[in-house]
Design a protein around this ligand. Structure first.
Ligand SMILES: [Zn+2]
Length: 231
C-alpha cells in the first residue's frame, strides 16, 4: 500500500524556497508541439498502449489527488511488470542528469529532447534500481537507460515530461526538485488510474509533506505527449 514518491530526502535541497519563482516558459499549451521528433514508451517501445504494453498498466495518472499524501500526483506511475525490467529512452536526446537520489526515487534520469522546431521537452524517470547512462551522453529512442527498482507488488516507474523551465531546475538541483506530489488543498477530481480524466498538463502548487515544492512548474502527461508524437 505504501507509495512514497517523495522527491526530497533529508539533505537534498529542493529549491522550493517558499514555493514561488516557478515559471512556465517555452510552452504552447497542452501537449502540442510543432516538432517532428518521434516518441515511444519507456517500456515495450513498439507498443501504442498508454502504459507501454502488457503487462504494464497505469497505476496512477498525472493530477490525481491522493489523500494519503495530501497532494496531487506530479507524474504518471506505470507498473504491473517485473522489477529490474529495462527502462528505455522515450526519444532521441541528451542525458541532463543521471544520478542517485536519497528519496524513494533511489535513482533518477532526466533526458532532454530537441523537438526539431527550436523547442525542447524533457522526460524524467524515477524509482530506478540502476542506471545505464551517464550525464552528458546522448541516447537514441528505445535505448536502455535504466532498470526498474523492486517495489514488490507496487513496482512501478514514476515519470513525467517537462518544459525547459522545470527541466533546467531539476538539472540545476542534480535530480532533485521533481517532487512526487504537491501541496494542493483541494481535490481536482482526477480518478486514480483513469486516463480519460487526466489533464494534459498540471501546474504544481504549494509544498508537499516532505518539504519539496515545485509550485508554479508545469508537469506534462507523458503518455498524452507520446501519443501525439508517436513514431
Ligand atoms: Zn508516482
Amino acid at each position: 500500500m505504501v507509495h512514497a514518491d517523495g522527491c526530497c530526502g533529508t539533505g537534498i535541497p529542493n529549491g522550493g524556497g517558499g514555493g514561488t519563482g516557478g515559471t512556465s516558459s517555452g510552452g504552447t499549451g497542452g501537449t502540442s508541439s510543432g516538432g517532428t521528433l518521434k516518441f515511444g514508451y519507456p517500456f515495450g517501445d513498439k507498443s501504442t498502449s498508454p502504459a507501454g504494453g502488457s503487462p504494464w498498466r497505469m497505476f496512477q495518472v498525472l493530477g490525481h489527488y491522493w489523500e494519503d499524501w495530501k497532494g496531487v500526483h506530479l507524474a504518471q506511475d506505470i507498473g504491473g511488470g517485473a522489477a529490474f525490467s529495462p527502462v528505455y529512452a522515450v526519444a532521441d536526446g541528451l542525458v541532463r542528469v543521471s544520478t542517485t537520489n536519497t528519496s524513494s526515487y533511489k535513482n533518477v534520469v532526466l533526458l532532454e529532447h530537441d523537438m526539431g522546431d527550436g523547442t525542447k521537452i524533457c522526460s524524467f524517470y524515477a524509482h530506478l534500481d540502476s542506471r545505464t547512462v551517464q550525464t552528458g551522453q546522448t541516447v537514441t529512442r528505445g535505448q536502455q537507460i535504466a532498470t526498474l527498482m523492486d517495489q514488490g507488488t507496487n513496482t512501478h516507474l514514476h515519470y513525467f515530461f517537462a518544459r525547459p523551465a522545470l527541466c533546467d531546475r531539476i538539472a540545476n538541483l542534480n535530480g532533485a526538485g521533481a517532487c512526487g506530489y504537491d501541496g494542493a488543498t483541494s481535490n481536482p477530481g482526477v480518478l486514480h488510474s483513469d486516463l480519460s480524466t487526466e489533464p494534459p498538463t498540471y501546474t504544481a502548487v504549494g509544498t508537499d509533506q516532505w518539504g519539496c515544492s515545485a509550485a508554479g512548474y508545469e508537469f506534462i502527461s507523458p503518455s498524452q505527449f507520446i501519443d501525439q508524437h508517436h513514431f
